[in-house]
Design a protein around this ligand. Structure first.
Ligand code: ADP
Ligand code: MG
Length: 287
């Protein structure tokens, strides 16, 4: 992130304390806030719409403090951090909430709680296994270009070797080059499929003959140990277990992963798949 916005000493009133008597009366709370935000756009436009309106951040903190009583500052701080992530386009927030009056009689200047919350941790990343295939033009270059496109928006964590494979179904076409990859994404499944289809389209894929020649084919094989049945999307991929050109590369990077619905590991499915289809190792992925 290329910037931090600070709001120091934000004074609020709230009902916070473990003893009921303390919670019954409002007391002063002081919040120090740091917001992780890319300020480059606002710096260029000089427009408050491109950054965070500081007064609105103060109002959001006030609303959380006034909403209810809290036994713990921990609970209040967590609620404030989540509200900030919900309302403002920040990547993360660091928040220190103090109760200056709470222990003054014991000679304690202030007790307080500091937390750091980031949007990524909140949304969660999912491990997804993908199949890549190409048999038009320069398949090796096509797989490399598709992986580069994936890498611009996902974390590409593992890539299998390349495998030269005999076409299945429609036989009057060149052999394919296939690979499998594991990526991490914040996308939901339908968004991921749309993203993959966008890469296919950008690389000039045309859907003419079923199982026919293609510049690039990107399929979702496995989605974080779960099953998906949506319009136009089935995961695990319904033909995964019968396709040696998928299982062979996938077994290199996911041998011990159990395929949901089939209850068997990728390695077991690979061993059981028919050997009729010809497949040749075509080298380590050159990236
Ligand atoms: P295939 O990959 O089976 O050779 P296509 O790439 O043309 O054929 O995909 C056909 C359709 O399969 C797509 O329009 C897509 O909606 C659907 N589909 C269903 N499940 C999946 C999946 N897991 N991954 C990719 N596409 C899928
Ligand atoms: Mg496909």
């Amino acid at each position: 992130m290329s910037g931090t916005i600070h709001l120091r000493g934000v004074r609020l009133m709230g009902h916070v304390g473990v003893p009921a008597e303390e919670r019954a009366r409002p007391q002063e709370l002081i919040a120090d806030v740091e917001l992780d935000i890319d300020i480059r756009r606002a710096a260029a436009s000089d427009d408050v719409g491109d950054t965070v309106d500081y007064a609105l951040v103060r109002d959001a903190l006030h609303a959380v403090a006034a909403r209810r009583s809290y036994a713990l500052i921990e609970t209040l701080a967590e609620a404030m951090a989540q509200e900030i992530l919900r309302c403002f386009p920040v990547a993360g927030v660091r928040l220190l909430v103090r109760k200056p009056q709470a222990l003054a009689h014991l000679g304690v200047e202030w007790p307080g709680v500091e937390i750091v919350r980031t949007r990524k941790a909140g949304r969660g990343m999912t491990d997804v296994y993908l199949a890549l295939g190409s048999n038009v033009g320069d398949p090796r270059a096509n797989l490399r270009a598709a992986l580069a496109a994936l890498g611009r928006e996902c974390e590409v964590e593992a890539v299998s070797s390349l495998w030269r494979t005999e076409p299945v179904g429609y036989l009057d076409q060149s052999w394919f080059l296939n690979a499998a990859a594991r990526v991490k994404t914040e996308r939901r499944p339908a968004e991921m499929l749309a993203f993959l289809q966008g890469i296919e389209a950008a690389m000039g894929r045309e859907r003419t003959i079923p199982n026919g020649p293609r510049t690039i084919d990107l399929d979702i094989l496995l989605w974080s140990g779960g099953t998906i049945a949506e319009d136009g999307l089935r995961v695990p991929h319904p033909r995964l277990h019968e396709r040696l050109f998928v299982l062979e590369p996938l077994a290199e990077i996911a041998a011990d992963v159990v395929v949901p619905g089939l209850g068997r590991t990728v390695a077991e499915l690979r061993a059981a798949a028919s050997g009729a289809m010809r497949i040749e190792w075509a080298g380590a992925a050159p990236w």
